[in-house]
Design a protein around this ligand. Sequence first.
Ligand code: SAM
Length: 378
Amino acid sequence: MGKSSKDKRDAYYRLAKEEGWRARSAYKLLQIDEEFNLFEGVTRVVDLCAAPGSWSQVLSRVLIKGEKFGRTGLQEKQEATRRYALGLDKKELVREETKALAVKEPLKPREGVRIVAIDLQPMSPLEGVTTLRADITHPSTIPLMLKALDPDTYDSTTTTASSPVDLVISDGAPDVTGLHDLDIYVQSQLLWAALNLALCVLKPGGKFVAKIFRGKDVDLLYAQLKIVFERVRVAKPRSSRASSIEAFVVCEGFCPPKGFKASLDKPLGAGTQIPIPEDEPSPEKKVTRTVREDGAIVLDFGPESEDEDDVEEGGRRWIPPFLACGDLSAYDADATYHLPNDRVSLDPVQPPTAPPYKRALEMRKTAGGAYGKTKTQR
Ligand code: SAM
C-alpha cells in the first residue's frame, strides 16, 4: 500500500504525520488519557516497548513541556467547535482562538520529571527521555532500568527502585505471524514481562497501562492484575481498529499483597500465581483464595460478579469493565476517508532507525525487485 493510499485508509496514520507524532499509536495513549486522566500528578514514568517513540513524545510534551491534551485539551477543542457551530465564521474562529491562546495560562512544566523508555530497537533521542535498548523479557534489563531511573542512588543489591515511579506503560507487540494463538501467546509473554518490571518500580497507588490481545484465556490475566491493583479496566481507544483484538488494560491503585516482593528468580507468569497470604484475603478487594484438590488455586472475586453466567467451576469469573475511549467526533480507525486530489502525502516524522525488515529490503534491492530478476531481465 502506497503512502497516499494509506493516508486515505488510515486517518490516524495521516494525522500523526500532520501533527508531528512518530507513530499513530500516540492517539491511543492520548485517548486513554482522555478517559482516565492518566497523567494527573505523574512525574516519573517508564515507557516499555517504546520505539519509535510516539508514547514517549506524549510523555515529554505533557510532563516536560507542560502541554495539555487529554481531558483538558479536549474541553478546549470542544469549546472551539461549539463557537464554530454557533455561527462564527472560520476567520472569526481563528481570531477567537488566537485571543484564547494569548490569555491561556502559560505552560507549566512539571518538576522532578523522569522518563525512561526501553525497546529492542534503537530510538532517536527525545527531549528529557532516557532511552535504553534492551529486551524487556530479559532479567538483565531490570538493573539497567533501575540505574536509568536513579543514576545517583542506584543500589545493585536490590531489584526495586529507590524512588519508585507513578506510571508504567507498555505498548509491546511482537512481530505478528498471523497464527492467532501464537501471536496471542507471545503478546501475553510481553505483558507478563512488563508487569514484572512494573512490580519492581511502581509506587503504592501507581498505575500500569499495557496492550493486551483479548484471547481466550485473557481472564487469567485480569484475575492476576486484580490482585495487585485496586481497579482494573479494559480500554479500547477509538484509534485502535474495532476489527483488531488489541485493547489496553488500565490498572490503577497499585497495592501488592502484604509481604509481596518482586523477584527475578521467580518472575510472575502464566504458571506462577501472585501469592496471596492465607491470612490476608484483602477484604477491600474481596478476593479470596482456595486451593482445590488438584492443587489449582481458585480466586473468588465475590459479590462483584453475581451473574450466574460468570460463575465458573470452583470460583467466579471476574470480568473487568470495558470502556471505549476517545471523543466520538474523533476519526474512526476502520473508516476510509476521502481526501482532496491535490493533497500532498507527507513523509513519516521519524522513519525507523533500524527496522527488522531492513535486511530484507536490502536483499530485495540487490536481487532487483520483489521477485528477483527474471531470465529476460538478466
Ligand atoms: N508505543 C510505541 C510508540 O508509540 O511509538 C510503539 C510500540 S510498537 C507497537 C511495539 C514495540 O515493541 C516495537 O518497537 C518492538 O521493538 C517492541 N518490542 C517487542 N518485543 C520487545 C521486547 N522483548 N523488548 C523490548 N521491546 C520489544
